[in-house]
Design a protein. Structure first.
Length: 278
């Protein structure tokens, strides 16, 4: 039996937490609220809640930290102190960069990995050819790069995988970019231990969506369906704080869990902390 992924786990928890009648009322009603159309409840929740909001927020918080060698990419030179890199997705495992952290001069501490090997690993990731071996190689590459001595934090994401680098010194044509990539489409980069926190985020987001989209309609009597609405209204009123709970959970819990979930980011943070203690 295949292991359940984080998306499926989150939707399962939503269905276990929120009454089915309310989910159907919120997500399976068309423009005429008296008519229920036969749509897949799971796919609608995924589209309107997870993909439209939760995954976007999770990506903005940071998915996977990587170090990308830029030696094989020809930059657009503005002047001696400013360059622009258009980074192909073959260098980012087919994903978008969500934030740029720093640019470091030199080979980037590749531990013997050539740019060609790095590109090959990313090409496999872009093609969906993930395996324990390729994931381990990627982890070794990213987590063991030494703390850079010469680097600049003057990097800015100015477009889709387009990075502007500026410095007070002339910028070298070799180095590596440390950046955050978005989570993959199915959030499969999450470790099973992170599923519970992610599921809770989806539950709060779902309740907030239901409250914002049904509460006024219930008061105006637009949703009748021949039912007694008092119980439904009472339950949905209980979701009034879901938006605040979602934002709190995102900032106070998910941010920590996502950093610990990303092995490379977490190991690098520990390395920085230990070097500071020394």
């Amino acid at each position: 039996m295949a292991m359940m992924g984080p998306m499926q786990k989150a939707i399962m928890e939503v269905k276990a937490t929120i009454p089915k009648k309310i989910l159907e009322l919120a997500f399976l009603s068309n423009d005429n609220p008296r008519i229920l159309v036969k749509r897949n409840l799971e796919s609608v929740i995924r589209e309107r809640v997870i993909e439209a909001r939760v995954k976007v927020d999770c990506d903005l918080m940071g998915g996977i930290q990587v170090a990308i060698p830029l030696g094989q990419i020809t930059p657009e030179v503005v002047d001696l102190w400013n360059v622009i890199y258009h980074i192909p997705k073959t260098f980012t495992q087919g994903r978008s960069i969500v934030s740029a952290l720093s640019f470091s001069y030199g080979p980037g501490g590749s531990m013997g990995f050539s740019p060609a090997i790095y590109t090959a690993m990313n090409n496999m990731g872009s093609a969906g050819q993930h395996s324990p071996l390729t994931d381990a190689l990627q982890g070794v590459y990213n987590s063991n790069a030494p703390i850079p001595i010469v680097s600049t934090a003057k990097v800015q994401l100015i477009g889709e995988n387009v990075i502007h680098i500026s410095d007070i010194n002339p910028i070298a044509r070799s180095g590596y970019l440390r950046c955050m990539l978005e989570n993959d489409e199915e959030m499969t980069n999450l470790k099973p231990a992170s599923y519970e926190c992610f599921s809770q985020l989806v539950i709060f987001a779902t309740k907030a969506w239901i409250y914002n989209n049904l509460r006024i309609a219930l008061d105006m009597g637009e949703i009748a369906m021949g039912q007694q609405l008092s119980i439904i209204k009472e339950i949905i009123d209980g979701y009034s704080d879901a938006e605040e709970l979602y934002k709190t959970h995102l900032k106070e819990k998910w941010m920590k869990v996502s950093k610990m979930n990303d092995t490379q980011s977490w190991q690098r943070q520990l390395k920085l902390m230990s070097s500071g203690l020394r």
